[in-house]
Design a binder for this molecule. Structure first.
Ligand code: UD1
Ligand code: MG
Length: 457
């Protein structure tokens, strides 16, 4: 494969998407569609990939980085013109080129291997991927002569004029022999709408008696070119299905697969069960034996083994093993929940660490806090972290007991084993082993055998 290169055409305006985002950077399962195309090429594997970029150059370079090389097309004058821009860089370097539209994210490496193999074995000048069974609207029709040879691809705009139709469609993936392609590329005629169609090369090759081969894609959806939002939604559901299947085969259960939405960068361990209406997004890792959902949304987080997240939202956080959250709680970014923590319902944790075995059962808020191990955070307790201008920190020691409805006015520290009474407003530090009660709370030393949490009223 050393004498091959791949070229992805990605400089088009994608007007039919009606979007400020370049078409090829729209995401499917949280990943830009162009990445799927470049991944499939890497998986073949082909040694080098060039991407033709244009008005969207900076954004595409940011996404693909230096995993590929770039060619600039300063004006989007059509797919043929896009390919022409690669000529100065490539014509002396490679014998064959694989050209792909950047809007074909469902294409699989195996299909690319097939078309490459067929191209090499047949010695064709052009080999193109064809599909039957797609909605033909907007696609080029493959025209064959009486003996079955491909003689043209007719674009939809030209069909009426030419009066030609066919149910065999052009899938937008081609292999070319370089020594024929590069000299001919400059000869593509301008179409009526002012564009230079890459597909004109087919008729040009046929007219000079070059061998043109077609390889049928098998599953036509693999050749789906994303031209508008309906295509994008179709691709999303196919990619979701592929991702779920892969996870199921790796030991993950889905109670209702179609209502689970999993991003491409998500990893899930064996024996985890995903319940209905669950979204797991971004770069998220979920351990083994977890119960996630129903109605959970987890983004960019690490969830340890044996966790349970029910009807709750977890964002940008770490849950160590055996943590349970929900229903109806919210773990906001930069939280670290240690082993065995219980977070019940209507609780919010923001940018905080909760130590091993801590319990936060009902209606409470912990923000900008460091909470020790085996702390009990009573119903309605709040770390009052914001003074209207700045955020402040709350530190709670190990084995402390924060009584129901305690208001901890940050910055404030509550020592190890200290107790705050129900309804107390704590605006001074509470020493270790002290009991703080009242509004504002006053601290006194806890008496041996008395002042158990139950007595601190
Ligand atoms: C193209 C084919 C059509 C085929 C279909 C398969 C042509 C003329 N038509 O149509 O036969 O059935 O794909 O999906 O090729 N691009 C550039 N520069 C440009 C224009 C486009 O780089 O000036 C890129 C786009 O970013 C896109 C790809 O080329 O990734 C295809 O362009 P698009 O406009 O989607 O072509 P289709 O109309 O889908
Ligand atoms: Mg297209």
């Amino acid at each position: 494969m050393d004498d091959w290169a791949a070229i992805i055409l990605a400089a088009g305006k994608g007007r039919r998407m009606k979007s400020k985002t370049p078409k090829v950077l729209h995401t499917i399962a949280g990943r830009e569609m162009l990445c799927y195309v470049s991944d499939a090429i890497k998986e073949v594997p082909l040694p080098r990939t060039w991407v033709v970029v244009g008005y969207n150059s900076a954004e595409i370079r940011q996404v693909l980085g230096n995993s590929v090389d770039y060619v600039e097309q300063t004006e989007a004058l059509g797919t043929g013109h896009a390919l022409l821009q690669a000529r100065p860089l490539l014509e002396s370097q490679v014998r064959h080129v694989l050209v792909l539209n950047g809007d074909t994210p469902l294409i699989q490496a195996e299909t690319l291997r097939n078309i490459i193999r067929h191209h090499q074995d047949s010695g064709a000048t052009i080999t193109l991927l064809t599909a039957r069974g797609l909605d033909p609207k907007g696609l080029g029709r493959v025209i064959r002569n009486a003996s079955g040879q491909i003689v043209a691809v007719v674009e939809e705009a030209e069909i009426e004029k030419e009066g030609k139709g066919s149910d065999e469609l052009n899938g937008g993936v081609y292999c070319f022999k370089g020594n024929w392609l590069w000299p001919e590329l400059g000869n593509i005629p301008r179409s009526q709408n002012g564009e230079y169609y890459l597909t004109s090369l087919i008729v040009m090759a046929a007219e000079s008696n070059q061998r043109i081969e077609g390889v049928n894609v098998g599953d036509p959806m693999e050749a789906l070119g994303i031209n508008h939002r309906f295509h994008l939604a179709q691709a999303e559901s196919i990619v979701q299905e592929r991702l779920r299947q892969r996870l199921m085969l790796a030991g993950v259960s889905f109670i209702h697969p179609p209502s689970a939405f999993i991003d491409a960068n998500v990893e899930i361990g064996e024996d985890t069960v995903i319940y209905p209406n669950t979204t797991i997004a971004g770069k998220t890792q979920i351990g083994q034996g977890c119960h996630i959902g129903p109605n959970a949304i987890i983004t960019d987080s690490v969830i340890g083994n044996g966790c349970r997240v029910q009807a709750s939202v977890v964002e940008g956080s770490i849950l160590e093993e055996g943590v349970d959250v929900g229903p109806f709680s919210h773990i906001r970014p930069q939280s670290h929940i240690e082993k065995g923590v219980h977070i019940g319902n209507f609780a919010e944790v923001k940018k905080s660490r909760l130590g091993k075995g801590t319990k936060m059962g009902h209606f409470s808020f912990v923000g900008d806090a460091i909470v020790g191990e085996n702390v009990n955070i009573g119903a309605g307790a709040v770390t009052c972290n914001f003074d209207g201008i700045r955020k402040h920190e709350t530190v709670i020691g190990n084995d402390a007991f924060i009584g129901s409805d305690s208001m901890l006015i940050a910055p404030v520290r509550v020592g190890d084993r200290a107790i705050t009474g129900a309804g107390s407003v704590v605006n001074h530090d509470v020493p270790s082993d002290a009991l703080a009660v009242g509004v504002p709370a006053r601290s006194r030393r806890r008496k041996e055998g008395r002042d158990s949490p139950r007595e601190a009223k």
